[in-house]
Design a protein around this ligand. Structure first.
Ligand code: SF4
Length: 280
């Protein structure tokens, strides 16, 4: 049985950076350290952080007089001011790719454009971006939602960094038919695009495709969607323990990919489990 691990799998640049900043803070700080929401969508990593004394808070009020780590997804602009008022020291691990989207939203909003964010309205990154244009953006997940918005104004459209290119294209094509003055910024992160392409390539040629990552991780869910498009026999697991070993029985080729918040040690555990079953 041959094992193929997708080239671009596991931690992305933004997640690595956020974790590095957090563990550096643990070494240096005497104050209590919190993260604003779970640092990444991976329970195993979150448990390790808890063991180091780093817990997450949902509101700024719970982090008074402490150090607060802003995760790679970023936060709405007004939270920075609220933090100051509450004597909170901010360590900002907003991914630079997300910061670019926030800056575009702010700049074009200030110049009179209506901001459109293509993405999931419940995702913290999207909530954060919306907070850089006074929470006035239209948030669109499917192209048919365009019928419900006022397209007579000038608009600037940006993407949640982890959406698929297909989604972006379908929505922007539809918008450009209706909006007279449209500025488009395809802000899909390259790490996401590379990961999705590598996933599709492997899924096309294997008998079983294993997608590893947190069940709440949106980029992992998207990898799973892509994987199912090319390989009917695709599964999504969080850890090696969840891999149903009997699935390997009739497989000659097994593919593995992992979301941006999946640490290497979990990927290696899955590979080892398959190797123990004769994988190579
Ligand atoms: S997926 Fe891209 S934008 Fe998101 S944290 Fe990773 S590198 Fe940054």
């Amino acid at each position: 049985m041959k094992i193929y691990v997708a080239q671009n799998s596991g931690f992305c640049f933004g997640v690595k950076r956020a974790l590095r900043k957090t563990f550096e803070a643990v070494k240096q700080k005497n104050r209590k350290i919190f993260t604003y929401g779970p640092l990444i969508h991976n329970d195993q990593v979150i448990n390790k952080l808890k063991e180091s004394g780093v817990n997450s808070v949902e509101t700024i009020d719970d982090a008074k007089d402490s150090t607060l780590i802003i995760r790679s997804h970023g936060i709405p602009l007004d939270i920075y001011d609220k933090a100051k008022l509450n004597n909170i020291e901010i360590i900002d691990a907003t991914c630079p790719f997300v910061r670019r989207v926030q800056e575009i939203a702010k700049e074009y909003y200030n110049n009179g454009y209506k901001i459109v964010i293509v993405g999931n309205p419940k995702h913290p990154e999207v909530i954060g971006i919306n907070g850089w244009c006074d929470n006035t953006a239209y948030i669109i997940e499917e192209y048919n939602q365009i019928n419900k918005i006022d397209t007579t104004q000038k608009m600037c459209v940006v993407a949640q960094t982890t959406i698929t290119l297909e989604k972006w294209n379908s929505i922007v094509n539809e918008l450009s038919k209706k909006v007279k003055e449209l500025r488009e910024f395809n802000t899909i992160c390259l790490a996401t695009k590379d990961r999705q392409e590598a996933c599709a390539e492997i899924a096309k040629k294997v008998d079983l495709m294993i997608v590893i990552g947190g069940y709440h991780s949106s980029n992992t869910q998207k990898l799973f969607e892509i994987s199912k498009n090319y390989c009917n026999n695709s599964i999504h697991i969080e850890t090696a323990d969840e891999l149903p070993i009997e699935l390997l029985d009739k497989c000659e080729k097994v593919g593995i990919t992992a979301g941006a918040s999946t640490p290497d040690w979990i990927i290696n555990d899955v590979v080892k489990k398959i190797e123990n079953k004769g994988g190579d």
